[in-house]
Design a protein around this ligand. Structure first.
Ligand code: AMP
Ligand code: ZN
Length: 463
């Protein structure tokens, strides 16, 4: 029997057996989506790839997954401490377009990159700006339950009212309180955060709405609490995001939901660890970042990046280097060619049960994809019948998502001069003129081509 699925839950800081809250029903999965004020970088996509693999592993284990992802198109300020400008309004100024236009443009680009990386579409993709009413209703309940207060620039969540505040991040709330900073403005505690921000007096924002408290826009965290509850209910199976979300964004999502409905929102909290570039966090705000298009410009298939991410466990940081991507591209190429050669026979066979069992145990051990890849290589190089190896690899790829079933070797365009040489050599061989045939083969080699004689003809391959 393979190991049952266990996942590392950051809320309890333990590896726990995963049991769906509604056996036989859908598993609810909420993953924090992109802030669409700029392109997403390959660091962001490391997190989305981890979440895609998680979803595929759940499906491998027989679960049906209801996956909800939000698009943050308002309210995410340049500082996580609720100060600074809205990233969308700033992005609009940078590009000379409206905030609505850039939201549309960067959402489309995000979705196109997701497809290049074979990341499955979420069941529901929801925009923050399409759910303002739900967010206002959420804040109104938080206020009614006594967890909100007003300052001159907005409505804030009073974290001191909640005994368990900060549990996810193991925040030292008392220590933070003791070290209060002068720049916390009118906030009562340093950990308090905005639920609703007022539009600055005398200023018209591109994105603003009326609310019971005044014209303005929602804080960043409330969108996820509100949309998760709308589409997945008060308490669902798994919530994910990148590791940076632990101390602020997810901590505050939990606080809000706790204040409204009394749950910690999700049973499991999983986080993808960062992709680093030259050992530093890759961040849009730092200016320099790599996109999927940057990889393509250097001639890489985006799926080589997917392969690279599979070689590292999601719970450790991964340092990006071009050498590492190169190695991943080579490995992917070998795997594609290897599976391609076996694929013809595969539909007639069943995957090998022993390999499937070992593979399942690895992916069920908190998504140990590096070990799962090692088993795939063992299967590819092993001595089971071709059809069985092919069927086994294709089954594994339901989780890897490398598109092995559909891949075709690139079609070689043979230059006309090379075809002429090959034809001449074939004619020389037919005339048993071996010296001339050898000479022409030498010319083909010099041009970088290998000619293989086949029954009734020949094939040309690059040397
Ligand atoms: P954002 O567009 O900033 O809202 O981020 C989208 C997702 O990418 C979030 O889940 C972040 O936690 C995650 N993320 C941001 N930077 C990185 C990084 N360098 N490596 C991995 N994930 C990241
Ligand atoms: Zn979120």
């Amino acid at each position: 029997m393979p190991k049952p699925l266990s996942l590392y839950d950051n809320y309890t800081r333990t590896l726990r057996p995963f049991e769906p809250l509604h056996p036989g029903g859908e598993v609810g999965l909420y993953t924090c989506g992109p802030t669409v004020y700029d392109y997403q970088h390959i660091g962001n996509f490391r997190t989305f790839l981890f979440e895609d693999v998680l979803k595929r592993v759940l499906e491998w284990n027989g679960c049906r997954v209801r996956h909800v992802m939000n698009i943050t198109d308002v309210g995410h300020l340049t500082s996580d401490a609720d100060t600074g400008e809205d990233k969308m309004e700033k992005g609009a100024r940078r590009t000379g377009k409206s905030a609505w236009e850039i939201a549309q443009m960067y959402t489309e680009s995000f979705l196109a990159d997701m497809r290049l990386l074979n990341i499955e579409d979420p069941t529901i993709l929801c925009r923050a700006t399409d759910h303002i009413a739900e967010q206002i209703a959420f804040i109104a309940d938080i206020e009614k339950n006594g967890y909100a207060y007003r300052t001159s620039d907005g409505i804030y969540f009073d974290t001191s009212k909640q005994a368990g505040y900060g549990h996810l991040a193991r925040l030292d709330v008392a220590g933070l309180e003791a070290g209060k900073r002068v720049d916390q403005g009118e906030k009562r505690s340093p950990t308090d955060f905005a639920l609703w921000k007022f539009s600055p007096a005398g200023e018209t924002r591109q994105m603003e709405w009326d609310s019971p408290w005044g014209r303005g826009f929602p804080g960043w965290h409330i969108e996820c609490s509100a949309m998760a509850q709308k589409y997945l209910g008060d308490y669902f199976d798994i919530h994910c995001g990148g590791e940076d979300h632990i101390p602020v964004h997810h901590t505050n999502e939990i606080a809000q939901t706790e204040a409204r409905v009394g749950t910690r929102l999700a049973n499991f909290w999983l986080h993808g660890y960062f992709l680093l570039l030259s050992d530093a966090k890759m961040a849009k705000s730092a200016g320099e970042f790599l996109r999927v298009a940057s990889l393509q410009q250097r001639g890489y298939d985006p799926l080589a990046y997917r392969y690279l991410c599979l070689t590292a466990h999601y719970r450790g940081q991964l340092n990006f280097t071009w050498d590492a991507l190169d190695a991943a591209a080579t490995a992917l190429d070998r795997m594609r060619n290897g599976v391609h050669a076996l694929r013809g026979a595969a539909p007639a066979a069943q995957p090998d049960p022993a390999l499937i069992e070992r593979f399942t145990s690895e992916i069920n051990d908190d998504l140990n994809m590096p070990r799962a890849l090692a088993i795939a290589w063992e299967a590819l190089r092993g001595d089971l019948p071709d059809a069985v190896r092919g069927a086994t690899l294709l089954a594994f790829d339901r989780v890897f998502g490398l598109g092995l079933a559909a891949w075709e070797p690139p079609v070689e365009v043979v230059p006309e001069a090379v075809t002429k040489l090959a034809d001449a050599r074939a004619a020389a061989r037919a005339a048993k003129n071996w010296a001339e045939a050898d000479r022409l083969r030498g010319e083909l080699h010099a041009a970088g081509w290998e000619m293989e004689d086949r029954a009734g003809g020949y094939a040309l391959k690059r040397r």
